[in-house]
Design a protein around this ligand. Sequence first.
Ligand code: ADP
Ligand code: MG
Length: 506
Amino acid sequence: MTFDWNYMFSLFSNMDFWAASWTVIKLSVLTWCISVVLGFLLALAKQSDKPLLNAPAQLYIWFFRSLPLLVLLIFVYNLPQMAPALSPILSNPFTAGLIGLVLSETAYVAEIHRGGLLSVPKGQYEAARALGVRYSGIQWLIIVPQAIRVALPTLTNEFITIVKLSSLVSVISLTEILMVGQRLYSQNFLVMETLTAVAFYYVIIVTVFDFILKRLEHYLDVTKRKQQRQPDEQMIEAVRAADEPVMRTMTESNGPALQAKQLHKAYNNVEVLGAVDLSIKPGEVVSVIGPSGSGKTTLIRLLNGLEQIDNGEIRINGQPFIQLRNTGPVNQRFIEHPEHRLDIGMVFQSFNLFQHLTVLENLLLAPRYHRLASREELTQRAQKLLLKVGMLEHLWKYPHQLSGGQQQRVAIARALMMQPQIMLFDEPTSALDPEKVNEVLQVIESLAEEGITMVIVTHEMNFAFKVSDRIVFMEKGRVVCDDRPDVLRNGGNPRVETFLRDVSLA
Ligand code: ADP
Ligand code: MG
């Protein structure tokens, strides 16, 4: 058997093949782009806890993954027989092919996205929420960029699958690469030569796009990025020289800055907080201490609305922030007045810096989102705050390039960017190496000296007794004792005394 090499090489300049390749590229790229967008929405719907969203999403994914693409393509192309109104759209094989491919691919891509979404830690979402960013903003600014990075290798793979599946579109008489080949070899019977050329065209398309998507993957992976920008000495000097206050001046008021009344919270019918009352005056620093599992984290998460209260009320400056409203004899509705959310800043145990953004971008994200000021003004404010927490030199770094203590100091600056009236800290040093604890405590102490209202959950007893105006001791979801540090230190409460003895022995 002979192989006609000359004929095969002549096919590389065959215009029909190039035209068909262009069709395949258009069809594949469009299918991929549309499915990536629709698949993301479908994945969000499937993750939603609203049955009205997740049930149809599940049904869609189940159905279109079960249906062979060939059947779907023929069905879509012939749909005008049933619905003649669709004829102008679907009688074009390219459009019909695109719709068939998108219907099917969206189901697969949604599952790929779901993997990406699941890989983004919950803390990223919570940090953005604590900064007052709303659902769509969180998805778009925080979740999508991180989820896409994780999903991209699999999405690239899916693109290759789409390129190859596009050969099926020949059944609805779209002239793609395989069909051009079939036409040729049915005339000249040079099957092997023609198919070799067909293979060549597919391999070229896949190779080019694989390369482009790999580049994109590399670009999006911040952990592979070397720190390119060096600290700008001039800028650092200028920020040092400008000695203006960055903190919000306190509003003089006699009422409590933050007030929680009769807070109740249960998980799975087990009470975690029972009737907690807390009142914090402007400028006051309150530490919350107590054994593990006593409900300290839950309390602080209720205070800024990261968890919903089961009963009670939270007020800020005398105004309702979170409350339950009766909507019937038995029904109560959880109401949050979001305008007060920005009055509270939150610092998490696990820092929760946005991993895909630099230090500066982490600080700018929320104030830019809320359009608090111009970019220049906000950048200046960010620089001053970074100077304050000793992180100005690290402006251009990504979180993974920083130590835990440095990350936490950036997280404090990020919360301060919103100029909150009250700062909440949930064990800000518990995730740190022992030698990094002090650098963070010093920053918090300096804030305390500036008169910022703070609630700090901590296991650092010396620190708590040094900086606090009041110490709240919690046990089994209740406030057991709420008093001045000097009173407690001098044996004001036997239970607290036992706890302190246990902690210092540990
Ligand atoms: P602390 O911060 O004082 O160690 P937490 O507020 O984290 O305590 O937890 C108080 C109790 O609530 C613990 O018994 C914990 O197991 C429970 N708990 C906290 N969060 C949840 C949750 N999401 N689901 C179920 N139980 C929870
Ligand atoms: Mg805790």
